[in-house]
Design a protein around this ligand. Structure first.
Ligand SMILES: Nc1ncnc2c1ncn2[C@@H]1O[C@H](COP(=O)(O)OP(=O)(O)OP(=O)(O)O)[C@@H](O)[C@H]1O
Length: 201
């Protein structure tokens, strides 16, 4: 099976274009938790965009997917998603998708400016695209204030995933060890607020 290793996001939705936010996925499962507005849905959207090239349905043709230049105090924002994954044949591949949103005189202009796949070892030139199910055991969890767990968005659909998730928590959760499955998000994606500045490669 293919696996997702890391994803870099910058300049997408609330993720600051000046900073690189790198998410490292855990095995066998990554849970993404955080308060409303922290960016959980954006992470899932970025996974989907990186994998398929399709923008989310609410992206207003890309205009609302890229970080709003007005929020950044600029006339142009560049957004980028880089996804590093291992193919079923255990080849490391990086998918890079870059975008641009520019404030013109009367309207915003959205452009997808780059969409490439790179192998980590360019000598082989081999790219395995057996990638569709690479989300594997990634589930998005929204932890609502009342501390109810709610499986609201996730890439691998179906009730069985949710049942699995409940079992997972019942049997294995808490204790500090449980945290290795858990990626916790804050709401502040600025340089100061971003505690996950890791190198991507
Ligand atoms: N184009 C944009 N530019 C800047 N910020 C944006 C843009 N689009 C959305 N946002 C901000 O991104 C945040 C939403 O992020 P997201 O939906 O990923 O969070 P979430 O953790 O899934 O929240 P919830 O639990 O409420 O679903 C909101 O604060 C919203 O204002």
């Amino acid at each position: 099976m293919s696996t997702v290793d890391k994803m870099l996001i910058k300049g997408i939705r609330s993720f600051d274009p000046e900073n690189k936010y790198v998410i490292t996925f855990f095995k066998p499962l990554t849970l993404i938790v955080g308060p409303n507005g922290a960016g959980k849905t954006t992470i899932i959207e970025c996974l989907k965009v990186a994998c398929t090239g399709e923008l989310p349905p609410n992206a207003r043709s890309g205009h609302s997917f890229i970080h709003d230049p007005k929020v950044a105090g600029e006339t142009e924002t560049k957004g980028q998603i880089k996804l590093r994954f291992k193919t079923a044949a255990r080849k490391d591949v990086v998918c890079i998708r870059s975008f641009q949103l520019t404030q013109k005189a009367t309207k915003m202009e959205y452009k997808a400016i780059e969409s490439v796949l790179q192998t980590i070892n360019p000598q082989t030139g081999e790219v395995d695209l057996d990638f569709v199910d690479s989300a594997g055991a990634l589930l998005l969890i929204t932890w609502f204030m009342g501390s109810n767990w709610c499986c609201r968005d996730h890439l691998i659909s179906g009730l069985s995933d949710f049942v699995f998730l409940v079992e997972f928590f019942e049997n294995r959760m808490p204790g500090p060890a449980g945290m290795k499955y858990c990626l916790s998000l804050g709401v502040d994606h600025t340089k100061e607020g971003n505690r996950r500045h890791e190198s991507f490669q």
